[in-house]
Design a protein around this ligand. Structure first.
Ligand SMILES: Cc1cc2nc3c(=O)[nH]c(=O)nc-3n(C[C@H](O)[C@H](O)[C@H](O)COP(=O)(O)OP(=O)(O)OC[C@H]3O[C@@H](n4cnc5c(N)ncnc54)[C@H](O)[C@@H]3O)c2cc1C
Length: 391
C-alpha cells in the first residue's frame, strides 16, 4: 500500500498523537495534527512522565529523538522517596543509589516541545477542537468548534480520555475505578511550599496510609505536581459540595479528609498559588474489542484510559503510535494495518490495565505500604528502612 498518497488527520496533539505524527512524517507521509489548545505555548500541566525502555523510549528511538530527549529529560526526577502518611521514609533513592535510568523522567511541557520541534512547520493546526465528522468520498469531513472543516482519507483519534473520535468505533462506556484523584500544581514551589520542596529533593514521593495516597513529582520549571488518591463514590466531586476552584474550600476539605496525615503534607494546600483539577479515575473494559474500520482508529487514552497507578498511560500511547505507524507502513491496505495494530494493542493493554487496576485497589487499602514494598522488592534488590524516621 502506498500510504504516502493518503491525507492523514491526527486529532489531538498529546504525546501519542505527536509521536505518531513524527513517525509517519519522517518517512514522507502527509499528516496534519488538529489540536484543541490555543497555541504551542499553552502550559501543559500534570505530573512528570517516566518513559519505559520497552515502550516510550522505544518509540522515541524509532523517531530518532533520543538526542532531543536527553537534552530535555530530568536526570534526578526519578529519585524516589517512599513514605507513609505520618512522614516516615521507607525507601530513599537519595541515600541509597538505585538505577532509575531505565525509566528516565521528562516533564510534559518539554516532551511536547521536543516532539513539536521534530515536525515540519504547520503540521499542527492549533485552536482546532474536533466536534464531529461525516463520511465524504472514501474518507471523512472533520468539523471543528471554530467552524472550520477539513477533509482526510484517514482519521486517527489521539484526543485523550474523553475522546470524541472513540464513539465512531466503540460504544463501550468507561467504568469508574472507585478512586478519585485531586491533581494539583504549585508554581514557584521554593517560595510557596518550601518544606515539601526540601523533602522532594528534586525527585518524587509516593506516600500511602489511611487507605489514601499522595504522589508528588518535581517538574523542571520550579513547580511541583501532585495528586491525592481516595476511595469515594463516582459522583463525589459534584456531591461533596466542595468548590474545587476555591483554594480555601479545597484546603478545608484536605484538612478534614486527610486529618491523619502529617503536617508536612498539609503545606500542599496552604498556598493559594495552586491549580487544582479533580479527576475521577475511569478505565475501559479489559476485554474491549470493536469492529475494525478502513479509515478511522484511535490510540492512547482515547483507546485505553486507565488510572495512573502503574505509570503506563503515556508509554502505552507512544507504543501505540509506534506499532500503528509500522503496521501502516508494512501492510497491503489500511484496514489490514488497523486490524494488526488493534489486535496487538487490545492484548497488550489488557495485561497492563489489569496490573494498573490491581495497583489502584491495593494502594488504597490499609496494607498499601507493604504492597508497595513487596512490589519494589520484586523489581530489584531494594533495601528498605522500615519505620525509620529519616527526615
Ligand atoms: C494525575 C495524572 C498522572 C499521570 N501520571 C502518569 C505517569 O506517571 N506515567 C504515565 O505513563 N502516564 C501518566 N498519566 C497518564 C498520561 O498522562 C496519559 O496516559 C497520556 O497523557 C496519554 O497520552 P495521549 O496522547 O493519549 O492523550 P493526552 O495526553 O490526553 O493528549 C490528548 C490531546 O488531545 C487534545 N484534545 C482533547 N480533545 C480534543 C478535541 N476534541 N479536539 C482536538 N484536540 C483534543 C488535548 O488538548 C491533548 O493535547 C497520568 C495521568 C494523570 C491524570
Amino acid at each position: 500500500m502506498n500510504i504516502k498518497n493518503k491525507k492523514i488527520a491526527i486529532v489531538g496533539g498529546g504525546p501519542g498523537g505527536l509521536t505518531l505524527a513524527r513517525l509517519l512524517q519522517q518517512v514522507g507521509c502527509n499528516v496534519t495534527v488538529y489540536e484543541r489548545d490555543i497555541n504551542k505555548d499553552y502550559r501543559v500541566q500534570g505530573a512528570n512522565l517516566d518513559l519505559h525502555e520497552e515502550s516510550g523510549i522505544r518509540a522515541l528511538e524509532k523517531a530518532n529523538l533520543m538526542e532531543a530527549f536527553y537534552a530535555n529529560y530530568l536526570p534526578d526526577a526519578g529519585k524516589l522517596r517512599l513514605m507513609d502518611h505520618r512522614g516516615n521514609i521507607y525507601l530513599d533513592d537519595h541515600t541509597e543509589e538505585h538505577n532509575t535510568e531505565h525509566r528516565p523522567e521528562i516533564d510534559r511541557g518539554p516532551l511536547r516541545k521536543m516532539l513539536l520541534e521534530s515536525l515540519q512547520a504547520d503540521t499542527v493546526v492549533w485552536d482546532s477542537q474536533f466536534v464531529s465528522m461525516e463520511k465524504e468520498r472514501d474518507g471523512w469531513k472533520l468539523l471543528f468548534k471554530n467552524g472550520k472543516q477539513y477533509y482526510a482519507d484517514i482519521v486517527i483519534g489521539s484526543d485523550g480520555a474523553n475522546s470524541k473520535i472513540r464513539p465512531y468505533l466503540s460504544d463501550a462506556k468507561p467504568i469508574y475505578s472507585g478512586v478519585t484523584i485531586i491533581e494539583g500544581t504549585i508554581y514557584e514551589v521554593e517560595k510557596n511550599a518550601p518544606n515539601i520542596n526540601s523533602l522532594l529533593k528534586g525527585g518524587k514521593i509516593f506516600a500511602f496510609g489511611n487507605e489514601q495516597s499522595i504522589i508528588l513529582s518535581t517538574k523542571g520549571d520550579g513547580s511541583i505536581a501532585f495528586y491525592t488518591g481516595e476511595k469515594v463514590a463516582e459522583n463525589w466531586v459534584k456531591d461533596s459540595g466542595v468548590n474545587f476552584e476555591n483554594s480555601a474550600e479545597v484546603k478545608k476539605w484536605f484538612e478534614t479528609n486527610f486529618s491523619n496525615w502529617d503536617g508536612i503534607y498539609h503545606e500542599l494546600f496552604a498556598t493559594e498559588k495552586l491549580v487544582i483539577v479533580p479527576r475521577p479515575q475511569y478505565h475501559f473494559p479489559l476485554d474491549q474489542h470493536w469492529q475494525t474500520q478502513n479509515n478511522v482508529t484511535i490510540i492512547g487514552d482515547a483507546a485505553h484510559r486507565m488510572p495512573p497507578y502503574a505509570g503506563e498511560g503515556v508509554n502505552m500511547a507512544m507504543l501505540d503510535a509506534l506499532e500503528l505507524s509500522e503496521a501502516l507502513l508494512h501492510s497491503d491496505n489500511v484496514q489490514t494495518a488497523f486490524e494488526q495494530y488493534e489486535s496487538q494493542m487490545f492484548e497488550r493493554v489488557k495485561e497492563v490495565a489489569s496490573v494498573t487496576l490491581q495497583n489502584t485497589v491495593e494502594m488504597h487499602k490499609p496494607s498499601a505500604l507493604q504492597y508497595i514494598v513487596d512490589l519494589f522488592n520484586s523489581f530489584q534488590s531494594f533495601s528498605f528502612n522500615t519505620n525509620r524516621e529519616l527526615r
